[in-house]
Design a binder for this molecule. Structure first.
Ligand code: GLU
Ligand code: ZN
Length: 292
């Protein structure tokens, strides 16, 4: 099996040191295995993506010395693929429309009878189930925000005759040092992950759905990405099982932090690669700064 990995930035701001580390690490791992490094533009959120940032991504990565094959896959070109997968899940009764906004969810989870703080899962507040129907909806796929009915999904996976274990191989480490074979507890998926959003009204598929379909369609064997996405991997494995897609090996890496220990954010222009370039730093300086 050829080693094939990818770097998948969203063109919603300048790449910073954290992105440089992720891209360089993926690139180095591919080189060391005589494998391939792909670039993917995660521009699914058209309201925040800008071609200006996309062009800057190509420019910064080339400057860092990275090469990737053309054409570059862009999520905005793949709405049909995401829609087809949603239709498939919908026809199996695994999705339902949700009309809640953030405020509705916050209100439902902080109601006094719920007691205490809302539970935060890999995807934010665990959805309290306000719109979850007693029976799976029928008819054709609606143009609405859609959630995965996690309890139904888990029940379906557990009823499969040759059920592959809900687990993935971690070649790097999670935030608590998780490595090797990482098992995913079905009950935890229901209580601590819950009914995640797989489609938004203004976006074809959600991040979780598109990343799983894109990695499979691009034949990615190793996903190299930050530890902030470690807990979301459980959602990705569930989707891979439901859609009968292979589970790649995951390599989650440490996050680059500022001197106060805070994770770098997109708006952290001070640590943008372009800022360092402007100051006359070299690609080797960037490698040294991120510890490569
Ligand atoms: N587009 C995501 C980001 O910029 C990365 C997704 C992934 O690597 O799975 O954070
Ligand atoms: Zn709802």
């Amino acid at each position: 099996m050829t080693f094939r990995t990818r770097f998948a930035p969203s063109p919603t701001g300048p790449l910073h040191l954290g992105h440089a580390f992720s891209a360089l690490l993926a690139y180095d791992l591919a080189q060391a295995s005589d494998g391939e490094f792909l670039l993917r533009i995660e521009d699914i959120d058209q309201s925040r993506s800008r071609t200006l940032w996309e062009d800057q991504i190509y420019d910064d990565l080339s400057w860092l010395g990275l090469k990737w094959p053309a054409p570059v896959l862009r999520q905005s070109d793949r709405q049909g693929v995401y829609r087809a997968a949603l239709a498939h899940l919908w026809s199996r009764g695994l999705l339902y429309p949700c009309t809640c906004n953030r405020r509705d969810i916050a209100a439902a989870t902080s109601a006094p009878q719920e007691g205490g703080e809302p539970l935060i899962g890999p995807d934010g507040i665990v959805y309290p189930g306000t719109c979850r129907p007693a029976h799976p909806p029928t008819g054709s796929l609606p143009d609405a925000a859609l959630r995965l009915d996690m309890a139904r999904a888990v029940a379906l996976l557990q009823a499969q005759p040759l059920r592959p274990p809900l687990a993935f191989v971690e070649a790097g480490a999670g935030p608590e040092g998780e490595t090797g074979l990482v098992s995913i507890e079905p009950d935890w998926l229901i209580t601590h992950v819950g009914d995640v959003v797989l489609a938004r009204r203004d976006m074809g598929g959600s991040y979780h759905l598109s990343v799983v379909l894109d990695d499979a369609d691009q034949g990615i064997t190793h996903v190299v990405r930050g530890q902030d996405l470690f807990s979301a991997t459980a959602i990705h494995v569930v989707l891979q099982r439901l859609l009968q897609l292979p589970t790649p090996i995951y390599h989650h890496h440490r996050l680059i932090r500022d001197e106060t220990g805070k994770r770098l954010a997109k708006r952290d222009d001070a640590r943008a690669i372009s800022t360092y370039r402007g100051e006359g730093k070299t690609p080797q300086d960037i490698r040294t700064m991120v510890g490569l």
